[in-house]
Design a protein around this ligand. Structure first.
Ligand code: ADP
Ligand code: ASP
Ligand code: MG
Length: 414
Protein backbone atom coordinates (compact mmCIF):
# COMPACT_ATOMS: atom_id res chain seq x y z
CA UNK A 1 0.00 0.00 0.00
CA UNK A 2 1.33 3.40 -0.98
CA UNK A 3 0.79 6.82 0.53
CA UNK A 4 0.48 9.67 -1.95
CA UNK A 5 0.11 13.39 -1.31
CA UNK A 6 -1.40 15.30 -4.22
CA UNK A 7 -1.69 19.08 -4.51
CA UNK A 8 -4.01 20.78 -6.97
CA UNK A 9 -3.51 24.46 -7.78
CA UNK A 10 -6.09 27.15 -8.51
CA UNK A 11 -6.66 26.50 -12.22
CA UNK A 12 -6.96 22.77 -11.57
CA UNK A 13 -9.91 23.39 -9.22
CA UNK A 14 -11.13 26.48 -11.11
CA UNK A 15 -14.76 25.41 -11.60
CA UNK A 16 -17.13 22.57 -10.58
CA UNK A 17 -16.25 20.56 -13.70
CA UNK A 18 -12.57 20.71 -12.89
CA UNK A 19 -13.18 19.82 -9.25
CA UNK A 20 -15.08 16.77 -10.49
CA UNK A 21 -12.13 15.90 -12.75
CA UNK A 22 -9.78 16.23 -9.75
CA UNK A 23 -12.04 13.89 -7.77
CA UNK A 24 -11.86 11.35 -10.60
CA UNK A 25 -8.09 11.63 -10.68
CA UNK A 26 -7.90 11.08 -6.91
CA UNK A 27 -10.14 8.02 -7.23
CA UNK A 28 -7.79 6.60 -9.90
CA UNK A 29 -4.75 7.21 -7.69
CA UNK A 30 -6.51 5.56 -4.78
CA UNK A 31 -6.83 2.40 -6.87
CA UNK A 32 -9.81 1.00 -5.01
CA UNK A 33 -8.20 1.54 -1.61
CA UNK A 34 -4.82 0.11 -2.64
CA UNK A 35 -3.22 3.51 -1.96
CA UNK A 36 -3.92 6.07 0.73
CA UNK A 37 -4.31 9.58 -0.66
CA UNK A 38 -4.16 12.98 1.05
CA UNK A 39 -5.08 15.89 -1.20
CA UNK A 40 -4.05 19.50 -0.62
CA UNK A 41 -5.99 22.12 -2.54
CA UNK A 42 -5.70 25.80 -3.38
CA UNK A 43 -8.52 28.27 -3.70
CA UNK A 44 -10.37 28.24 -7.03
CA UNK A 45 -8.58 30.31 -9.71
CA UNK A 46 -8.90 34.04 -9.11
CA UNK A 47 -10.47 33.56 -5.68
CA UNK A 48 -7.47 34.63 -3.59
CA UNK A 49 -6.90 37.67 -5.82
CA UNK A 50 -10.55 38.64 -5.39
CA UNK A 51 -10.31 38.28 -1.61
CA UNK A 52 -7.12 40.36 -1.52
CA UNK A 53 -8.90 43.06 -3.57
CA UNK A 54 -11.82 43.03 -1.13
CA UNK A 55 -9.46 43.33 1.83
CA UNK A 56 -7.87 46.39 0.21
CA UNK A 57 -11.24 47.91 -0.58
CA UNK A 58 -12.31 47.95 3.05
CA UNK A 59 -8.99 47.76 4.87
CA UNK A 60 -6.90 50.14 2.77
CA UNK A 61 -3.45 49.50 1.27
CA UNK A 62 -2.28 47.60 4.35
CA UNK A 63 -5.28 45.89 5.94
CA UNK A 64 -4.98 44.50 9.45
CA UNK A 65 -2.84 41.36 8.96
CA UNK A 66 -4.86 39.16 11.30
CA UNK A 67 -8.12 39.98 9.55
CA UNK A 68 -6.45 39.73 6.13
CA UNK A 69 -5.47 36.13 6.92
CA UNK A 70 -8.93 35.36 8.31
CA UNK A 71 -10.37 36.52 5.00
CA UNK A 72 -7.98 35.17 2.36
CA UNK A 73 -7.86 31.71 3.95
CA UNK A 74 -11.57 31.26 3.17
CA UNK A 75 -10.82 30.51 -0.51
CA UNK A 76 -9.24 27.17 0.37
CA UNK A 77 -12.00 26.37 2.85
CA UNK A 78 -14.51 26.42 0.00
CA UNK A 79 -12.46 24.10 -2.18
CA UNK A 80 -11.89 21.42 0.48
CA UNK A 81 -15.63 21.13 1.11
CA UNK A 82 -16.46 21.04 -2.61
CA UNK A 83 -13.82 18.43 -3.42
CA UNK A 84 -14.93 16.26 -0.50
CA UNK A 85 -18.52 16.41 -1.80
CA UNK A 86 -17.35 15.52 -5.32
CA UNK A 87 -15.43 12.51 -3.97
CA UNK A 88 -18.37 11.37 -1.86
CA UNK A 89 -20.66 11.57 -4.87
CA UNK A 90 -18.27 9.15 -6.62
CA UNK A 91 -18.76 6.77 -3.71
CA UNK A 92 -15.42 7.47 -2.02
CA UNK A 93 -15.37 8.54 1.63
CA UNK A 94 -13.65 11.90 2.10
CA UNK A 95 -13.20 14.35 4.95
CA UNK A 96 -12.11 17.98 4.71
CA UNK A 97 -9.67 19.73 7.07
CA UNK A 98 -8.90 23.39 7.53
CA UNK A 99 -5.37 24.30 8.63
CA UNK A 100 -6.45 24.31 12.27
CA UNK A 101 -8.24 20.96 11.96
CA UNK A 102 -5.21 19.28 10.41
CA UNK A 103 -2.83 20.56 13.11
CA UNK A 104 -0.81 22.90 10.87
CA UNK A 105 1.02 25.12 13.37
CA UNK A 106 2.84 28.23 12.20
CA UNK A 107 4.58 31.19 13.74
CA UNK A 108 2.58 34.39 14.19
CA UNK A 109 3.87 36.31 11.12
CA UNK A 110 0.56 36.97 9.46
CA UNK A 111 0.49 36.92 5.62
CA UNK A 112 3.85 35.11 5.44
CA UNK A 113 3.79 32.65 8.29
CA UNK A 114 6.32 29.84 8.52
CA UNK A 115 5.32 26.30 9.37
CA UNK A 116 6.53 25.23 12.81
CA UNK A 117 4.97 21.80 13.14
CA UNK A 118 2.30 19.53 11.78
CA UNK A 119 0.64 17.04 14.08
CA UNK A 120 -0.62 14.62 11.47
CA UNK A 121 -2.66 12.41 13.86
CA UNK A 122 -6.04 13.61 12.64
CA UNK A 123 -5.07 13.15 8.98
CA UNK A 124 -3.69 9.67 9.66
CA UNK A 125 -6.85 8.61 11.43
CA UNK A 126 -8.96 9.49 8.38
CA UNK A 127 -6.51 7.80 6.00
CA UNK A 128 -6.46 4.67 8.17
CA UNK A 129 -10.25 4.53 7.90
CA UNK A 130 -9.85 4.30 4.14
CA UNK A 131 -11.06 7.84 3.42
CA UNK A 132 -9.39 10.58 1.41
CA UNK A 133 -8.11 13.48 3.56
CA UNK A 134 -8.86 16.75 1.76
CA UNK A 135 -6.66 19.49 3.19
CA UNK A 136 -6.71 23.27 2.87
CA UNK A 137 -3.39 24.57 1.58
CA UNK A 138 -1.91 28.00 2.36
CA UNK A 139 -3.21 28.19 5.95
CA UNK A 140 -2.42 27.28 9.53
CA UNK A 141 -2.87 28.64 13.02
CA UNK A 142 -0.41 30.20 15.44
CA UNK A 143 0.01 29.28 19.12
CA UNK A 144 -2.93 31.53 20.06
CA UNK A 145 -5.25 29.94 17.53
CA UNK A 146 -5.18 32.86 15.08
CA UNK A 147 -5.53 31.89 11.43
CA UNK A 148 -2.33 32.51 9.47
CA UNK A 149 -1.43 32.21 5.79
CA UNK A 150 1.87 31.15 4.25
CA UNK A 151 2.32 33.76 1.51
CA UNK A 152 1.12 33.62 -2.10
CA UNK A 153 1.60 30.23 -3.67
CA UNK A 154 1.79 28.71 -0.18
CA UNK A 155 -0.28 25.62 -0.91
CA UNK A 156 2.83 24.04 -2.46
CA UNK A 157 4.57 24.38 0.90
CA UNK A 158 1.54 22.98 2.76
CA UNK A 159 1.60 19.94 0.47
CA UNK A 160 5.29 19.24 0.97
CA UNK A 161 4.93 19.68 4.74
CA UNK A 162 2.06 17.16 4.75
CA UNK A 163 4.11 14.75 2.62
CA UNK A 164 7.07 15.09 5.00
CA UNK A 165 4.92 14.58 8.12
CA UNK A 166 3.18 11.53 6.64
CA UNK A 167 6.43 10.21 5.16
CA UNK A 168 4.59 9.90 1.87
CA UNK A 169 6.07 7.99 -1.05
CA UNK A 170 5.65 11.00 -3.30
CA UNK A 171 4.31 14.54 -3.31
CA UNK A 172 2.62 15.24 -6.63
CA UNK A 173 2.10 18.89 -7.56
CA UNK A 174 -0.65 19.07 -10.18
CA UNK A 175 -0.77 22.33 -12.08
CA UNK A 176 -1.74 24.00 -15.35
CA UNK A 177 1.53 23.22 -17.16
CA UNK A 178 3.11 19.81 -17.81
CA UNK A 179 6.02 20.24 -15.43
CA UNK A 180 8.99 22.49 -14.82
CA UNK A 181 10.14 24.12 -18.05
CA UNK A 182 13.40 25.72 -19.10
CA UNK A 183 11.57 29.03 -18.77
CA UNK A 184 7.95 30.17 -18.34
CA UNK A 185 6.24 28.42 -21.28
CA UNK A 186 3.68 31.22 -21.39
CA UNK A 187 6.41 33.70 -22.27
CA UNK A 188 8.64 31.55 -24.47
CA UNK A 189 6.73 28.94 -26.50
CA UNK A 190 10.03 27.21 -27.33
CA UNK A 191 10.56 26.38 -23.64
CA UNK A 192 11.03 22.67 -23.05
CA UNK A 193 9.99 20.48 -20.17
CA UNK A 194 12.76 19.19 -17.94
CA UNK A 195 12.60 15.50 -17.01
CA UNK A 196 14.55 16.06 -13.83
CA UNK A 197 15.83 19.09 -12.02
CA UNK A 198 17.91 19.16 -8.83
CA UNK A 199 16.57 20.64 -5.60
CA UNK A 200 19.22 23.37 -5.76
CA UNK A 201 18.43 24.38 -9.35
CA UNK A 202 14.73 24.38 -8.55
CA UNK A 203 15.38 26.44 -5.44
CA UNK A 204 17.23 29.07 -7.46
CA UNK A 205 14.62 29.02 -10.23
CA UNK A 206 11.74 29.41 -7.77
CA UNK A 207 13.39 32.18 -5.78
CA UNK A 208 14.36 33.99 -8.99
CA UNK A 209 10.82 34.09 -10.34
CA UNK A 210 9.61 30.69 -11.64
CA UNK A 211 6.34 30.61 -9.74
CA UNK A 212 5.56 26.99 -10.62
CA UNK A 213 6.68 26.07 -7.09
CA UNK A 214 6.81 28.29 -4.02
CA UNK A 215 10.45 28.61 -2.95
CA UNK A 216 9.82 27.36 0.58
CA UNK A 217 8.18 24.19 -0.70
CA UNK A 218 11.44 23.30 -2.45
CA UNK A 219 13.50 24.04 0.68
CA UNK A 220 11.21 21.79 2.67
CA UNK A 221 11.34 19.03 0.07
CA UNK A 222 15.12 19.13 0.00
CA UNK A 223 15.43 19.14 3.78
CA UNK A 224 13.07 16.20 4.32
CA UNK A 225 14.02 14.38 1.08
CA UNK A 226 10.44 14.43 -0.21
CA UNK A 227 10.31 13.20 -3.81
CA UNK A 228 8.47 15.93 -5.75
CA UNK A 229 6.71 15.32 -9.04
CA UNK A 230 5.36 18.42 -10.82
CA UNK A 231 2.79 17.40 -13.43
CA UNK A 232 -0.28 18.39 -15.40
CA UNK A 233 -3.71 18.11 -13.86
CA UNK A 234 -5.19 17.81 -17.36
CA UNK A 235 -3.49 14.60 -18.55
CA UNK A 236 -1.62 11.61 -17.18
CA UNK A 237 1.82 12.13 -18.78
CA UNK A 238 5.02 12.25 -16.73
CA UNK A 239 5.95 15.68 -15.48
CA UNK A 240 9.21 16.83 -13.89
CA UNK A 241 10.90 15.14 -10.95
CA UNK A 242 12.69 17.39 -8.49
CA UNK A 243 15.47 15.22 -7.08
CA UNK A 244 18.85 15.28 -5.30
CA UNK A 245 21.74 16.44 -7.49
CA UNK A 246 23.25 12.97 -7.85
CA UNK A 247 20.05 11.76 -9.52
CA UNK A 248 20.22 14.37 -12.29
CA UNK A 249 21.72 12.64 -15.32
CA UNK A 250 22.06 15.65 -17.58
CA UNK A 251 24.04 18.49 -15.98
CA UNK A 252 22.85 21.30 -18.21
CA UNK A 253 24.93 24.46 -18.21
CA UNK A 254 21.67 26.40 -18.21
CA UNK A 255 18.55 24.49 -17.20
CA UNK A 256 16.40 27.53 -16.53
CA UNK A 257 15.95 31.18 -17.49
CA UNK A 258 13.83 33.16 -15.05
CA UNK A 259 12.64 36.70 -14.57
CA UNK A 260 11.19 38.67 -11.71
CA UNK A 261 9.49 42.03 -12.14
CA UNK A 262 8.46 42.33 -8.52
CA UNK A 263 11.50 44.11 -7.17
CA UNK A 264 12.60 47.75 -7.05
CA UNK A 265 16.02 49.34 -6.80
CA UNK A 266 17.31 51.94 -4.36
CA UNK A 267 20.61 53.74 -4.89
CA UNK A 268 22.35 55.71 -2.18
CA UNK A 269 24.94 58.03 -3.67
CA UNK A 270 27.92 59.62 -1.95
CA UNK A 271 28.01 57.43 1.16
CA UNK A 272 31.07 57.95 3.37
CA UNK A 273 33.46 55.04 2.89
CA UNK A 274 33.84 54.15 6.58
CA UNK A 275 32.82 51.43 9.05
CA UNK A 276 29.22 51.33 10.24
CA UNK A 277 27.60 53.08 7.29
CA UNK A 278 26.04 49.96 5.76
CA UNK A 279 24.82 48.90 9.20
CA UNK A 280 23.11 52.29 9.71
CA UNK A 281 21.38 51.94 6.34
CA UNK A 282 20.26 48.35 6.52
CA UNK A 283 19.37 47.96 10.21
CA UNK A 284 16.15 50.02 9.92
CA UNK A 285 15.16 47.96 6.87
CA UNK A 286 15.64 44.66 8.67
CA UNK A 287 13.80 45.98 11.71
CA UNK A 288 10.89 46.77 9.39
CA UNK A 289 11.15 43.15 8.11
CA UNK A 290 11.97 44.31 4.59
CA UNK A 291 13.96 41.64 2.81
CA UNK A 292 16.87 43.17 0.91
CA UNK A 293 17.92 41.05 -2.05
CA UNK A 294 20.93 42.21 -4.10
CA UNK A 295 23.40 44.65 -2.53
CA UNK A 296 26.14 46.20 -4.64
CA UNK A 297 28.72 48.61 -3.27
CA UNK A 298 31.16 50.36 -5.54
CA UNK A 299 34.75 50.80 -4.51
CA UNK A 300 35.14 54.41 -3.44
CA UNK A 301 38.12 56.45 -4.55
CA UNK A 302 37.52 59.84 -2.95
CA UNK A 303 36.40 58.72 0.50
CA UNK A 304 32.84 58.14 -0.61
CA UNK A 305 31.05 55.31 -2.33
CA UNK A 306 27.72 54.26 -3.88
CA UNK A 307 25.43 51.58 -2.47
CA UNK A 308 22.63 50.05 -4.51
CA UNK A 309 20.19 47.38 -3.36
CA UNK A 310 16.90 45.80 -4.34
CA UNK A 311 13.77 45.19 -2.27
CA UNK A 312 10.34 43.65 -3.01
CA UNK A 313 8.28 46.18 -4.97
CA UNK A 314 5.49 45.93 -2.40
CA UNK A 315 7.91 47.31 0.20
CA UNK A 316 9.46 49.93 -2.10
CA UNK A 317 7.81 53.07 -0.69
CA UNK A 318 8.53 52.06 2.90
CA UNK A 319 12.11 51.09 2.07
CA UNK A 320 12.74 54.38 0.26
CA UNK A 321 11.40 56.35 3.20
CA UNK A 322 13.54 54.38 5.69
CA UNK A 323 16.63 54.72 3.50
CA UNK A 324 16.04 58.50 3.22
CA UNK A 325 15.72 58.81 6.99
CA UNK A 326 18.86 56.76 7.64
CA UNK A 327 20.68 58.69 4.92
CA UNK A 328 19.82 61.99 6.59
CA UNK A 329 21.52 60.74 9.78
CA UNK A 330 24.72 59.55 8.08
CA UNK A 331 24.90 62.32 5.49
CA UNK A 332 24.83 61.19 1.86
CA UNK A 333 24.57 62.97 -1.48
CA UNK A 334 21.28 61.51 -2.69
CA UNK A 335 18.87 58.59 -2.38
CA UNK A 336 17.25 57.57 -5.66
CA UNK A 337 14.73 54.85 -6.39
CA UNK A 338 13.58 53.02 -9.50
CA UNK A 339 10.65 50.62 -9.63
CA UNK A 340 10.79 49.81 -13.33
CA UNK A 341 13.40 47.08 -13.13
CA UNK A 342 13.49 43.35 -13.82
CA UNK A 343 15.85 40.69 -12.56
CA UNK A 344 16.68 38.15 -15.23
CA UNK A 345 18.66 35.06 -14.32
CA UNK A 346 20.15 31.91 -15.78
CA UNK A 347 20.41 28.81 -13.58
CA UNK A 348 22.22 25.51 -14.14
CA UNK A 349 24.28 22.90 -12.32
CA UNK A 350 26.67 22.67 -15.27
CA UNK A 351 27.86 26.23 -14.57
CA UNK A 352 29.99 24.73 -11.82
CA UNK A 353 32.25 23.15 -14.44
CA UNK A 354 32.07 25.72 -17.25
CA UNK A 355 33.89 29.02 -17.55
CA UNK A 356 32.61 31.93 -19.57
CA UNK A 357 28.90 31.55 -18.87
CA UNK A 358 28.46 35.00 -17.32
CA UNK A 359 30.42 36.78 -20.04
CA UNK A 360 28.40 35.00 -22.71
CA UNK A 361 25.22 36.11 -20.97
CA UNK A 362 26.45 39.71 -21.03
CA UNK A 363 27.27 39.43 -24.75
CA UNK A 364 23.80 38.11 -25.53
CA UNK A 365 22.21 41.04 -23.68
CA UNK A 366 24.56 43.54 -25.32
CA UNK A 367 23.59 42.09 -28.69
CA UNK A 368 20.00 43.10 -27.94
CA UNK A 369 21.08 46.58 -26.82
CA UNK A 370 20.11 45.86 -23.20
CA UNK A 371 22.06 47.69 -20.52
CA UNK A 372 22.96 45.81 -17.33
CA UNK A 373 22.48 47.77 -14.11
CA UNK A 374 23.45 45.21 -11.46
CA UNK A 375 24.97 41.74 -11.49
CA UNK A 376 25.06 38.98 -8.91
CA UNK A 377 26.26 35.40 -9.16
CA UNK A 378 26.36 32.18 -7.20
CA UNK A 379 27.82 28.78 -8.05
CA UNK A 380 24.84 27.84 -10.20
CA UNK A 381 23.26 31.13 -11.29
CA UNK A 382 23.94 34.55 -12.80
CA UNK A 383 21.39 37.34 -12.27
CA UNK A 384 21.28 40.78 -13.82
CA UNK A 385 19.01 43.73 -13.20
CA UNK A 386 17.84 45.52 -16.33
CA UNK A 387 15.10 47.94 -17.32
CA UNK A 388 11.73 46.28 -16.85
CA UNK A 389 10.58 46.89 -20.41
CA UNK A 390 13.33 44.60 -21.73
CA UNK A 391 12.51 41.65 -19.46
CA UNK A 392 10.77 39.44 -22.02
CA UNK A 393 13.23 40.30 -24.78
CA UNK A 394 16.10 39.35 -22.46
CA UNK A 395 14.46 36.07 -21.45
CA UNK A 396 13.80 35.11 -25.08
CA UNK A 397 17.33 36.00 -26.17
CA UNK A 398 18.97 34.12 -23.28
CA UNK A 399 16.73 31.11 -23.79
CA UNK A 400 17.58 31.06 -27.49
CA UNK A 401 21.30 31.36 -26.82
CA UNK A 402 21.67 28.94 -23.91
CA UNK A 403 18.82 26.46 -24.20
CA UNK A 404 17.63 26.31 -27.80
CA UNK A 405 21.19 26.49 -29.17
CA UNK A 406 22.10 23.83 -26.58
CA UNK A 407 25.67 22.69 -26.25
CA UNK A 408 26.27 23.19 -29.97
CA UNK A 409 27.98 26.51 -29.41
CA UNK A 410 31.31 26.58 -27.61
CA UNK A 411 30.98 27.98 -24.14
CA UNK A 412 34.55 28.96 -23.52
CA UNK A 413 35.62 32.32 -24.75
CA UNK A 414 37.97 32.14 -27.71
P1 ADP B 1 -0.94 26.67 -9.42
O1 ADP B 1 -2.17 27.52 -9.36
O2 ADP B 1 -1.19 25.29 -9.94
O3 ADP B 1 -0.16 26.69 -8.15
P2 ADP B 1 0.87 28.62 -10.55
O4 ADP B 1 0.20 29.64 -11.41
O5 ADP B 1 1.24 29.03 -9.16
O6 ADP B 1 -0.04 27.32 -10.56
O7 ADP B 1 2.19 28.09 -11.26
C1 ADP B 1 2.11 27.57 -12.57
C2 ADP B 1 2.56 28.64 -13.56
O8 ADP B 1 3.95 28.90 -13.37
C3 ADP B 1 2.46 28.22 -15.00
O9 ADP B 1 1.19 28.48 -15.53
C4 ADP B 1 3.56 29.04 -15.68
O10 ADP B 1 3.06 30.16 -16.38
C5 ADP B 1 4.41 29.57 -14.51
N1 ADP B 1 5.85 29.29 -14.68
C6 ADP B 1 6.80 30.22 -14.52
N2 ADP B 1 8.00 29.69 -14.76
C7 ADP B 1 7.81 28.38 -15.05
C8 ADP B 1 8.68 27.31 -15.38
N3 ADP B 1 10.00 27.46 -15.45
N4 ADP B 1 8.12 26.09 -15.64
C9 ADP B 1 6.79 25.92 -15.57
N5 ADP B 1 5.92 26.90 -15.27
C10 ADP B 1 6.41 28.13 -15.01
N1 ASP C 1 -4.55 30.45 -2.93
C1 ASP C 1 -3.25 30.92 -2.56
C2 ASP C 1 -2.71 31.87 -3.62
O1 ASP C 1 -3.38 32.14 -4.60
C3 ASP C 1 -2.28 29.81 -2.28
C4 ASP C 1 -1.94 28.94 -3.47
O2 ASP C 1 -2.66 28.93 -4.47
O3 ASP C 1 -0.93 28.24 -3.39
O4 ASP C 1 -1.63 32.38 -3.46
MG1 MG D 1 1.15 28.13 -7.31
Amino acid sequence: MGLIVQKFGGTSVGDPERIRAVAERVVRSRAGGENRVAVVVSAMAGETDALVALARELGGESPDPREYDALVSTGEQKTIALLSMALQSLGVPACSFTGAQMGMRTDASHTRARIESLDAHAIRRVLDQGAVAVLAGFQGTDDDGNITTLGRGGSDTSAVAVAAALEADVCEIYTDVDGVYTTDPRVVPAARKLERVSFDEMLEMASLGAKVLQTRSVKFAKRYAVPLHVRSSFHDGEGTWVVPEEEVMERLVVSGVTFNTKEAKIRVRGVKDQPGVAASLFTPLSQAEIVVDMIIQNIGDDGSTDLTFTVPRDDYERALELARRAAADIGVEAVEGDEAIAKVSIVGLGMKDHAGVASRMFRVLAGEGINIQLISTSEIKVSVVIEEKYAELAVRALHAAFVEAGAAEPLEES
